[in-house]
Write a protein that binds this ligand. Structure first.
Ligand code: HEM
Length: 466
């Protein structure tokens, strides 16, 4: 067998672009795939996501690669092997409250490491209708709790009822399993476009603080009825959730939704223990999280510790003094959080995931892809796309056809159109929902100090090359 040179992972990571050569590892082998990048059936942008590192986490997501001919093809590009003495990763700092956080997929674009907040790259976001769990956007406010599933208990408090303490097994066995395919979106999705107008406070999300999964769990309604909830008709009560995630002072994440939504069987609010057929990953709330379809992600509390029916909204900072929208003139001196309602249902949203801003696309036919979604289950009925900054419009194709009625999940869409070399295009998309609600044409009029509810027309400049 030929003798190959040995490399460290650090050396491999120096090779991330075609100009510095594109290297990847598979097992303990090192490959220089620079000449394959343009030939990749999945596109050059996707292969480059793995450049400088291991292929396995990416190939685990796209099963097309687990075929013998793919491995054979890869062997042609072998240039070396990893050094056997490759140092194990340094042990985590045990005083660091985030030291127990789980490992994450290398494709995620990290907005903040501690707490962990990250989004999938746009090129992968709309690759599939259901977002793979490893790529699902992650919005953590605090360290990820370590929960021993055998000793987990969910506390349920209902005034006038009995309080329940449910084990994971009881939650699974006592209540029928309900499945719902729902998109979750962070209130701060697309915040970075708002900060370009004027600075705002918050994580700089691009267009990927949104993802879709098939969730399964017990209906919240069934659990509240089992706890003896009496009829609260006509009264505006709330269901307050608290997570097991806490800061150094013991303050836990919390949020609430109106009781009316919790009890409406058509609203499909669940206490989920499965995500895309697997147990919940730690970053997404293991072992149990709330999923409130059609509502801002902040209410879908992870690592659920307690559920409490109350005449008042959750007293948590995140319910009272965050996740609210204001007039563009309101600043941090004049803001009064008590004056605005907490965001629940989100407005209609859409964005272009391909091509990326600044891309050079080849002449001939352009393919524009993206997502569209609206809060409250209002289905997206149309997505309009412009190639000329909004002067003229064409209707995109929705694929697959959106859910009818209670449309909790996004619609993915695509438009193909002829384009001539030399053109500079401004791609724009805007969606319309079942209520004929549309998106505002610019960010200026919806700017707010917290950078939430950013749903202006999405604009992507590209050039067309020969
Ligand atoms: C498809 C090779 C890296 C995403 C394929 C196919 C091959 C291939 C041969 C076609 C398989 C078939 O249909 O029989 C490779 C090699 C890679 C690499 C040699 C690295 C050296 C990646 C990475 C990603 C990716 C890092 C994702 C981030 C895809 C996708 C397809 C695909 C989505 C399906 C395309 C379609 O059917 O439309 N790849 N791949 N690949 N690859 Fe890769």
């Amino acid at each position: 067998a030929p003798q190959y040179p040995r490399y460290t992972r650090a050396e491999v990571s120096q090779h991330r672009t075609p100009s510095e050569r594109v290297w990847v590892t598979h097992g303990s082998d090192v490959f220089d795939v620079t000449d394959f990048v343009e030939l990749h059936p999945g596109g050059p942008d996707k292969i480059l996501l793995a450049a400088g590192g291991a292929l396995e986490p990416f190939w685990a997501l796209y099963a097309v690669h687990s075929q013998p001919h793919v491995l054979e093809l890869l062997q042609e590009y072998k240039v070396g092997e990893l050094s056997p003495e490759e140092a194990a990763p340094p042990p985590g700092d045990t005083r660091d409250p985030f030291a127990g956080d789980p490992p994450r997929h290398p494709a995620l674009r990290v907005n903040s490491l501690k707490p962990f907040n990250a989004e999938p790259p746009p090129e992968l976001l709309t690759q599939s209708f259901l977002t793979p769990n490893e790529l699902f956007f992650t919005r953590n406010h605090l360290p990820v709790p370590s929960v021993e599933p055998g000793s987990y208990r969910l506390r349920v408090e209902v005034p006038g009822g009995r309080s329940l303490s449910l084990s994971l097994a009881e939650l699974r066995q006592r209540f029928p399993k309900h499945e719902v395919t729902a998109t979750l979106q962070c209130a701060g999705n697309r915040r970075s476009e708002m900060s370009r107008v004027r600075p705002v406070k918050g994580l700089s999300w691009d267009i990927g603080a949104i993802s879709t999964a098939r969730w399964a769990g017990a209906r919240l309604r069934d659990v509240l009825l089992a706890a003896g909830l009496a009829n609260k008709n006509g009264q505006e009560w709330h269901v307050c959730f608290e997570g097991l995630d806490e800061d150094a002072s013991g303050t836990r994440y919390g949020a609430s939704i109106p009781l009316e939504r919790a009890m409406d069987p058509r609203a499909e609010v669940i206490l989920a223990y499965e995500m895309n057929g697997q147990e919940l990953p730690r970053d997404h709330g293991f072992p149990v999280r709330v999923v409130v379809p059609g509502v801002v992600g902040a209410r879908s509390v992870k690592w659920l510790r307690s559920v409490e029916v109350s005449p008042a909204e959750s007293p948590s900072h995140w319910q009272q003094n965050d996740y609210k929208g204001f007039c563009p003139s309101v600043d941090w001196d004049s803001v009064d959080f008590q004056k605005a309602p907490a965001i629940q249902e989100l407005p209609v949203q859409s964005a272009i995931t391909e091509p990326r801003p600044g891309a050079a696309v080849p002449e001939g036919e352009i393919t524009v892809r993206g997502y569209a979604w609206s809060g409250g289950g209002r289905e997206v009925i149309r997505v309009d796309v412009s190639l000329d900054g909004g002067r003229t419009w064409q209707e995109a194709e929705l694929c697959p056809r959106p859910q009818r009625g209670r449309a909790w999940a996004w619609a993915l869409w695509e438009l193909r159109a002829p384009v001539a070399a030399g053109a500079r295009l401004e791609l724009v998309c805007k969606a319309v929902d079942r209520g004929y609600n549309g998106q505002p044409d610019s960010v200026e009029g919806i700017w707010n100090l917290r950078g939430v509810l950013s749903n202006a027309w999405h604009r992507v400049p590209v050039t067309v090359t020969r």
